[in-house]
Design a protein around this ligand. Structure first.
Ligand SMILES: NC(=O)c1ccc[n+]([C@@H]2O[C@H](COP(=O)([O-])OP(=O)(O)OC[C@H]3O[C@@H](n4cnc5c(N)ncnc54)[C@H](O)[C@@H]3O)[C@@H](O)[C@H]2O)c1
Length: 268
């Protein structure tokens, strides 16, 4: 689906300074699309408020009432929707024995059920229109599963599974589904990191903070691939290498994962 000035898009997690959501909002607006940028905060950041064609709505992706309100806004103001970006997310990591159940519930509610809620809310509208594109942000961690990231890997793999399910389920109704699978890129995701495993969190934070890739780089690839109706969007070389190694060179992939686990264990 070509993104044009008639396109109407909703983006969750769209208000973080360095985040993918805001980068998507900005690049959609640059293409002339109308955008509802949403996030958990009551007020949008100044950078977002200044964008032409962008409306801000508070939407906590764990709250069904907020989703219903967003749907009502879309119906009243646009009478339809072309693009739904289920992008909001948080991070958690660490050795399995140091994870806690409230942390699992927290990340499942935001990273998986937040996406499921977005899909449930807007699928009836898109099916009725016979058009539209759902774009879910997973991660390369949804396709390849390095050690000491059990919660994050699990919810992101579930987002990949949900997206693949809907890709087939909704295609007969003219609705496209994509899933974004980046490796690390520099954002504020580390601010959300939760968990008792400080060493694992420090190394995840280092990978995010030191990445040369920016959210703008990722957003540009995403929009280009959305326009091509790509289902699994691998945004960078590292992710492509790891994904194809897992698919086609499984013994090599397993050796790399085992090596990483041993290196981590040595540091304990
Ligand atoms: N940064 C990375 O290295 C990386 C890699 C792969 C995937 N991702 C994914 O990209 C997505 C965007 O993250 P980011 O890196 O831009 O981080 P970010 O922290 O900059 O942005 C995440 C946004 O989600 C919002 N959010 C958190 N909880 C929410 C809730 N309950 N309801 C609504 N909004 C909520 C935050 O306020 C924030 O604006 C996430 O799904 C993340 O898992 C990030």
């Amino acid at each position: 689906m070509k993104i044009t000035p008639t396109s109407r898009a909703l983006v969750t997690g769209g208000a973080s300074g360095l985040g993918l959501g805001l980068a998507l909002v900005k690049q959609l607006a640059e293409r002339g699309a109308r955008v509802v940028a949403t996030d958990i905060h009551d007020e949008p950041p100044a950078e977002l408020a200044a964008l032409d064609g962008v409306t801000y709505l508070t939407l906590d992706v764990t709250d069904d009432v907020h989703w219903a309100r967003a749907r009502d806004w879309v119906v009243e103001n646009w009478d339809g929707l072309d693009l739904v970006f289920n992008n909001a997310g948080v991070a958690a990591g660490g050795r399995i024995e140091l994870t806690e159940m409230d942390q699992w519930q927290w990340i499942v509610d935001i990273n998986l059920l937040g996406v499921a809620r977005g899909c449930r809310t807007f699928t009836p509208m898109l099916k009725e229109q016979g058009s539209g594109h759902i774009v879910n942000t997973a991660s390369a961690a949804g396709l390849i599963h390095p050690p000491r990231m059990s919660e994050y890997n699990s919810v992101k793999a579930a987002v990949v599974a949900l997206s693949e399910t809907l890709f087939h389920e909704l295609k007969p109704f003219g609705v496209q589904v994509s899933v974004i699978c980046p490796t690390f890129f520099k954002t504020k995701l580390t601010d959300s990191l939760r968990g008792k495993d400080e060493a694992a969190q420090a190394s995840a934070a280092k990978l995010i903070d030191r990445s040369k890739r920016t959210a703008d780089d990722i957003a540009a690839v995403v929009l280009e691939q959305v326009e091509k109706d790509t289902h699994i969007i691998l945004t960078d070389r590292d992710g492509k290498v790891a994904y194809f190694a897992k698919r086609f060179l499984r013994p090599l992939y397993y050796r790399q994962m085992a090596k990483a686990a041993v290196q981590m264990a040595r540091k304990d």
